[in-house]
Design a protein around this ligand. Structure first.
Ligand code: DGP
Ligand code: NA
Ligand code: NA
Length: 210
C-alpha cells in the first residue's frame, strides 16, 4: 500500500495506560497490512541523553534543575529528528510512544514552569499527523500493575498530566481520544481504525513542523 510519505502517529496517555503494548501491536498489524511501519519510543533510553533521563527517573533522590531535565527530554527527541524525517520521507510510517506533549505535560505542571517556555524547545520538531490520547479513569489508572515504580508515578502528578493532555485534545485539530479501559484487542481495533483512515487521508501532503 504505502504510497507517498509515511504518517507520524503519536500515542499519548498517562503512565500505565497500556501505550507500550498497543504501540507494539499497532506496528505488527500495520506491517501485516503491508503498511511499512516502525516503532519509536520517547524517552529513547538507548542514547546518551536517554541514559541520563533514565537515571533521573529511576533514582528519585537525584536532584536536577527542572528546566535542565526538560531540555534533556527535548534533546532526546531532537537526537532522533533526522532519522524520523528520513524514515517518513521514505514512506515508512512511525508509531511513537510519547512525544512533545508528554514533554510539555510532565514539565508544565511543576512549579515555576511556564507552559509557553516548555513548548519552545519542541518548536521545529516534526508535527504528528495524528495524536491518539489513551484515557483511563483515575480508579482504573491507579490499580494498573507497576504503578509507583518511577519518579512521576504518583496520583497527583498523573491527574495533573491527564488534565494537560485533555486540554491539548480539546484544542488541537489532530487529536483523537480513545478510552483505554476496554480489552487489549478492543482498544487495538479502535486505534488501528483511526490510524488507517489517517494514512489514507494524508496522501502526499508535506510534513509539518511543531
Ligand atoms: P515511559 O518510559 O514512556 O514510561 O516514560 C517515562 C516517564 O517519563 C513517564 O513518567 C513519563 C515521563 N516523560 C516522558 N516524556 C517526558 C518529557 O518529555 N518530559 C518529562 N518531564 N517527562 C517525560
Ligand atoms: Na513510565
Ligand atoms: Na515512552
Amino acid at each position: 500500500m504505502s504510497i507517498g510519505r509515511g504518517a507520524l502517529i503519536v500515542i499519548e496517555g498517562v503512565d500505565r495506560s497500556g501505550k507500550t503494548t498497543q504501540c507494539r501491536k499497532l506496528v505488527k498489524s500495520l506491517n501485516d497490512r503491508n503498511i511499512r511501519t516502525e516503532l519509536m519510543n520517547f524517552p529513547d533510553r538507548s542514547t546518551l541523553t536517554g541514559e541520563l533521563i533514565s537515571h533521573y527517573l529511576k533514582d528519585k533522590t537525584c536532584t536536577l534543575n527542572d528546566k535542565a531535565i526538560h531540555l534533556l527530554f527535548s534533546a532526546n527527541r531532537w537526537e532522533n529528528h533526522d532519522k524520523m524525517k528520513e524514515l517518513l520521507e521514505n514512506g515508512c510510517s512511525l508509531i511513537v510512544d510519547r512525544y512533545s506533549y508528554s514533554g510539555v505535560a510532565f514539565s508544565s505542571i511543576k512549579k515555576n514552569m511556564d507552559l509557553r517556555w516548555c513548548l519552545q524547545p519542541e518548536v521545529g520538531l516534526i508535527k504528528p499527523d495524528l495524536v491518539l490520547l489513551m484515557t483511563l479513569s483515575d480508579e482504573v489508572m491507579l490499580n494498573r500493575p507497576g504503578f509507583g515504580n518511577e519518579r512521576y508515578e504518583n496520583v497527583e502528578m498523573q491527574k495533573s498530566v491527564k488534565e494537560v493532555f485533555q486540554t491539548f485534545a480539546d484544542n488541537e485539530d489532530n487529536w483523537k481520544v480513545i478510552n483505554a479501559a476496554g480489552t487489549i484487542e478492543a482498544v487495538h481495533q479502535k486505534l488501528l481504525r483511526e490510524i488507517i483512515s489517517k494514512i489514507e487521508e494524508i496522501g502526499d501532503s508535506p510534513l509539518e513542523k511543531l
